[in-house]
Design a protein around this ligand. Structure first.
Ligand code: NAG
Ligand code: NAG
Ligand code: NAG
Ligand code: NAG
Ligand code: NAG
Ligand code: NAG
Ligand code: NAG
Ligand code: NAG
Ligand code: NAG
Ligand code: NAG
Ligand code: NAG
Ligand code: NAG
Ligand code: ZN
Length: 709
C-alpha cells in the first residue's frame, strides 16, 4: 500500500499500496560505501540457510499463489495450504480467524455524455490476453475499489490532478466550482482513498481515478516501447484496483476501531474511515476521451502549476474543464459482508520465549495473479520456512521465538494484521523484538528498504552477505547494488502490514525490489501482475526472488539467534536530529515560531542514555555476563515502546508513534514528528504545535529512561 518510489534513479521499498513519489533526500540516511568481501564469507548456519534457496521451488510456490482467486476473505484453502507448507518444514502452524467488514463488487458502469448528446461508454475492463492465462479466468476480479461507497452519481466533472488537498486549494483559487461535480483524479502521489476523501470534503458527488502513462518513465509506447504482453511497456487497458479506505486515519476493520473483530464483537459506525461517495478506477485508454472533452475549457494543465498535474495521455491537455458541458454518469454497486478472514500463523519456539521476531507478508490480492503484490513475498516466505527447516535438521534451535504470518485482507486496509495485533497486543508489547515485513518482494530489479533507525545497522550489514544478481551480473553483493541504485534507508509511512507494529512501538522494517523508470512496467493491482508477466519481464528465472529471500532469512536468523541482540538504539540519534532540522525548516517556511528547547534537550538526554546503554552492553560482552546481557537485550527490545503515546495523534488515535507516521494527506509517505509538523502544515495552529513539542519530547524521554543504566 505505500509508496516510496523514485522518479530519478532508484526505488524505495515496495509495498502493496504504493505509488511513485518524489524522494525526500534529507529524510533518508546515506550510507558510506565500504569494501565488501566477495564472495561473502558465511558461517556454517548462514551457509545452510542461503544454500537452501532454490529459484525453481520459488517459481513453484509463485505459480500456486497466482492461479486462483484470493481476494480478501475468499480462499481459505490457500491460507491452509500456506500453513501446511510451513508445518512441513517444522513450524507449528494454525489459522487465526477474524470476522470483518468487507465489501465486494456487484456491478458498475460509467457513461460520458458530450454536450451535443452523443455518448462514450468506457469498457471498465482489462483486455484478455491469450498468452497470459489468468487474464481470462472466468472468476477474474472486476475493476473496483475496496470499501467503496454504493451509489450513483450524474454530473459535470472536474479534473483534480492527483487529488491532494493542495490540488483542491489550487482549483478553488482558480475559481473552479467543485460542489455537486464529479472528480476525475490521476493516480500517483497520495493514497487513493485520500483522493476520494478530499473530493467528498469538497462537496463532490463521485470520483473516478485513472492510471497515467506519465508514471512509467521511459517505458512508454509514446517513447517507442512495445506494450505488454509483447513488450515491457504498460498495457493501455491496465486498471489499478485498490482500497479507498482513509488509510491515514484508521487502518483495520473500520467497524471495530481499536479492538479485534470476532463474530460477536460490537460494531461501530464505519463512517469516519470509508467514503460516502462512489468511486471507480479506470485505465488511461478509458480516461482519454473523458479528459479530451475538457481540452480548451477552464485552466489548461500547464497553467495550473501543480506538481504531477500534467500527465502523458496523448491528446489531453489536463485542463480543469469548467464550462465544457460534458458530464459523467457513474454507478457503483457493492455488497456489504461481515465475513471470515484467515491469517496463517507459524511458530518455532525459541529458548527465550519472551523475545519474539515476527515476519509477515499478506496473501490476499486484488486479482487472480498477484505475482508481485503480494505473492512474490508469499513465495519467499515458504522458501524461508524451508531454509529454517533445513537448519533445524542440523540440531539448531533459535534463541528467540520466530513467528511467521500470512495476512489476509491487507488490501482493504491492513485488516488481517491490524486485527491480529489488536488481539495479541499484550504479548507483543512485552515480547516483540522486531517485525519484518515483505509485501511486494519483487516487482523489478532494484533493492530497497525502509526501517526504524535501530534496525539500520543490521539491515545493511546483512546485505553484505547476499549475492545479488543485477542485469545479469552475479559478482556483487546486495549491498553494492543497493549502494549504486539507492543507498538510503527509507522512513516508514504506511501502506503495508508493518503499520500496526510500528505504531505500537515495535522496531520494524519493510523491504522489496522495485522497478525504476527504465525497467519493465509493473502493472500494480492489475490482471497483468501475473505469473506470466513475472516470469517473462518482472523476474525471469526468479533470481531476484531468491536473493530477497536469502536477505530476509539471514536478517531473521541474526535477530533470532545473535546472543547480543543486533538492535542499535543509538542510531536513533542522528535521525532524531535530522527530523528536527526538517521541522525547523517547516517552521521557518510557515513564518511561525516555536520553542523547540524541550525537544532539543530530550534528544540530548536520549543521546546520553544511548551512550550509557552502549557502555553497559560493552561491559556485559567483555565480562561474558549472560544475565546482564539479558537485561541489555531487553532494553533494546523495549525502549522504542516509549515513542508511542496512548492517545495517538490528533484525530487519529490509532497512530501512536510520535516520531513517524503516514502523512494525513499522503497516506503512504511519512511525516516525522507528525504531531508537531501537522499542527503547522494542516491546522496552522502554533499553539497546538507547541503542545505537541512537549508530548513528543516526553515520549523521547520515556524511551531514554528505558535505555538508561
Ligand atoms: C578498499 O580497499 C582498498 C584496498 O585494500 C583500499 O585501498 C581502499 O582505501 C579501500 N576503500 C575503502 C572505502 O575502504
Ligand atoms: C484458491 O487458490 C488456489 C491456489 O491458487 C486455487 O487452486 C483455488 O482454485 C482457489 N480457490 C477458489 C475458490 O478460487
Ligand atoms: C459530438 O461531440 C463529440 C466530441 O466532440 C464528437 O466526437 C462527435 O462527433 C459529436 N457528435 C455529433 C453527432 O456531432
Ligand atoms: C530516459 O532515457 C534517456 C535516454 O536514454 C535518459 O537520458 C534518461 O535519463 C532516461 N530517463 C530516466 C527517467 O531514466
Ligand atoms: C492543448 O494545449 C496545446 C499546448 O498548450 C495547445 O496548442 C492546444 O491548442 C490545446 N488544445 C486544446 C484543445 O485546447
Ligand atoms: C507558476 O508558478 C511559477 C513559480 O511559482 C510562477 O512564476 C508562475 O507565474 C506561475 N504561473 C501561473 C500561471 O500561475
Ligand atoms: C444507478 O445506476 C444504474 C446504472 O445506470 C441503474 O441501473 C440503477 O437503477 C441506478 N440506481 C438508482 C438508485 O438510481
Ligand atoms: C511454544 O511455547 C508455547 C508457550 O510456552 C507453548 O504453549 C507451545 O506449546 C510451544 N510450542 C511448541 C511447538 O513447543
Ligand atoms: C533457475 O535459475 C537458473 C539459472 O541460475 C535458470 O537456468 C533456470 O531456468 C531457473 N529456473 C526457473 C524455474 O526459473
Ligand atoms: C533553526 O533554523 C534557524 C535559522 O533558520 C537556526 O538559527 C537554528 O539554529 C535552527 N535550529 C535548529 C534546532 O536546527
Ligand atoms: C511567509 O512570508 C513570506 C514573506 O512575507 C510570504 O511570501 C509567504 O507566503 C509566507 N508564507 C506563509 C506560509 O504564510
Ligand atoms: C560465556 O558464558 C557462556 C555461558 O555462561 C559460556 O558457554 C561461554 O563459553 C562463555 N564465553 C566466553 C568467551 O567466555
Ligand atoms: Zn501488497
Amino acid at each position: 500500500m505505500r509508496s516510496i518510489l523514485v522518479l530519478i534513479a532508484a526505488v524505495g521499498t515496495q509495498a502493496c499500496q504504493r505509488e511513485r513519489t518524489v524522494k525526500h533526500e534529507h529524510r533518508r540516511v546515506k550510507r558510506q560505501s565500504s569494501n565488501v568481501t566477495f564472495p561473502p564469507v558465511l558461517d556454517t548456519n548462514e551457509q545452510v540457510l542461503v544454500n537452501s534457496f532454490d529459484n525453481a521451488s520459488i517459481s513453484t510456490w509463485s505459480y500456486y499463489y497466482t492461479h486462483g482467486a484470493h481476494v480478501a476473505g475468499t480462499n481459505r484453502t490457500m491460507a491452509q495450504w500456506t500453513a501446511d507448507r510451513w508445518a512441513e518444514y517444522g513450524f507449528t502452524s494454525r489459522l487465526d480467524e477474524y470476522y470483518v467488514y468487507l465489501n465486494y463488487p456487484v456491478s458498475h458502469s460509467l457513461l460520458l455524455t458530450y454536450p451535443n448528446g452523443s455518448m462514450f461508454t468506457p469498457s471498465l475492463q482489462e483486455e484478455v490476453l491469450a498468452v497470459d492465462e489468468t487474464t481470462s479466468y472466468p472468476n477474474r476480479i472486476p475493476t473496483f475499489h475496496g470499501y467503496s461507497f454504493t451509489g450513483n452519481a450524474s454530473a459535470e466533472y472536474v479534473y483534480v490532478g492527483r487529488g491532494q488537498q493542495v490540488d483542491f486549494n489550487r482549483l478553488k483559487a482558480l475559481g473552479v466550482e467543485l460542489e455537486g461535480k464529479i472528480a476525475v483524479a490521476k493516480y500517483g502521489g497520495p493514497f487513493r482513498g485520500l483522493k476520494v476523501k478530499n473530493a467528498q470534503e469538497n462537496g463532490m458527488v463521485g470520483c473516478v481515478i485513472f492510471t497515467d502513462p506519465s508514471d512509467d518513465g521511459n517505458m512508454t509506447e509514446a517513447k517507442g516501447v512495445t506494450a505488454y504482453p509483447n513488450g515491457p511497456a504498460r498495457n493501455p487497458t491496465t486498471v489499478q484496483r485498490g482500497s479507498v479506505q482513509f488509510l491515514s486515519i484508521y487502518p483495520g476493520d473500520p467497524t471495530t476501531p481499536g479492538y479485534t473483530s470476532k463474530q460477536d464483537s460490537p460494531r461501530a459506525d464505519k463512517g469516519n474511515s470509508v467514503p460516502h461517495i462512489p468511486s471507480l478506477p479506470i485505465s488511461w485508454i478509458d480516461a482519454q476521451p473523458i479528459l479530451e472533452a475538457l481540452n480548451g475549457y477552464g485552466t489548461a494543465g500547464a497553467e495550473v502549476n501543480r506538481t504531477g498535474w500534467v500527465g502523458a495521455i496523448p491528446g489531453v491537455n489536463y485542463s480543469t474543464g469548467q464550462g465544457a458541458g460534458a458530464s459523467l454518469s457513474m454507478s457503483n454497486i457493492m455488497e456489504d459482508k461481515y465475513t471470515p478472514i484467515w491469517d496463517a500463523i507459524g511458530i518455532i519456539n525459541g529458548t527465550n520465549q519472551d523475545e519474539v521476531i515476527v515476519i509477515g507478508n499478506h496473501r490476499d490480492a486484488w486479482i487472480v495473479g498477484g505475482a508481485a503484490d503480494p505473492n512474490s513475498g508469499s513465495a519467499v516466505l515458504i522458501e524461508l520456512a524451508k531454509a529454517f527447516g533445513k537448519l533445524m535438521e542440523t540440531g539448531w534451535k533459535p534463541t528467540r521465538t520466530i513467528v511467521l504470518c500470512s495476512w489476509d485482507a491487507e488490501e482493504y486496509g491492513l485488516v488481517g494484521s491490524t486485527e491480529w495485533v489488536e488481539e495479541y497486543i499484550p504479548w507483543l508489547k512485552t515480547a516483540a523484538v522486531s517485525y519484518l515485513n515483505i509485501d511486494v518482494a519483487v516487482s523489478g530489479p532494484l533493492p530497497g528498504i525502509a526501517a526504524t533507525p535501530d534496525l539500520h545497522k543490521i539491515s545493511t550489514d546483512v546485505m553484505k552477505k547476499v549475492i545479488y544478481p543485477f542485469h545479469g551480473n552475479t559478482s556483487r553483493t546486495m549491498y553494492d547494488v543497493w549502494m549504486e541504485v539507492d543507498g538510503e534507508i527509507g522512513v516508514l509511512g504506511s501502506g503495508s502490514d508493518y503499520t500496526s507494529f510500528l505504531h505500537r512501538g515495535i522496531a520494524s522494517i519493510d523491504m522489496g525490489a522495485g522497478n525504476g523508470p527504465n525497467d519493465p512496467v509493473y502493472h500494480y493491482h492489475s490482471n497483468y501482475d501475473s505469473y506470466h508477466w513475472m516470469s517473462t519481464f518482472g523476474d525471469p528465472g526468479f533470481l531476484t526472488h531468491k536473493a530477497m529471500g536469502q536477505y530476509l532469512t539471514l536478517l531473521a536468523y541474526h535477530l533470532a539467534s545473535d546472543s547480543v541482540l543486533p538492535l542499535e538504539p543509538a542510531d536513533y540519534v542522528p535521525e532524531l536530529k535530522t527530523y528536527l532540522s526538517d521541522l525547523n525548516e517547516t517552521i521557518t517556511s510557515s513564518n511561525g515560531t516555536l520553542d523547540l528547547s524541550t525537544l532539543n534537550s530530550a534528544i540530548a538526554t536520549f543521546t546520553d542514555s544511548a551512550q550509557q546503554f552502549n557502555a553497559l552492553r560493552e561491559f556485559a560482552i567483555s565480562t561474558n555476563d549472560t544475565e546482564l546481557l539479558t537485561v541489555v537485550n531487553h532494553k533494546a527490545r523495549d525502549f522504542s515502546r516509549g515513542f508511542t503515546s496512548q492517545g495517538g495523534l490528533p484525530g487519529r488515535e490509532f497512530f501512536q508513534n510520535l516520531i513517524f507516521a503516514p502523512g494525513l494527506d499522503t497516506g503512504y509517505a511519512p511525516v516525522t514528528y507528525p504531531g508537531i509538523t501537522e499542527s503547522i502544515t494542516f491546522r496552522d495552529d502554533f499553539g497546538a504545535a507547541q503542545d505537541w513539542v512537549g508530548k513528543t519530547a516526553d515520549a523521547i524521554l520515556v524511551a531514554a529512561s528505558m535505555l538508561k543504566t
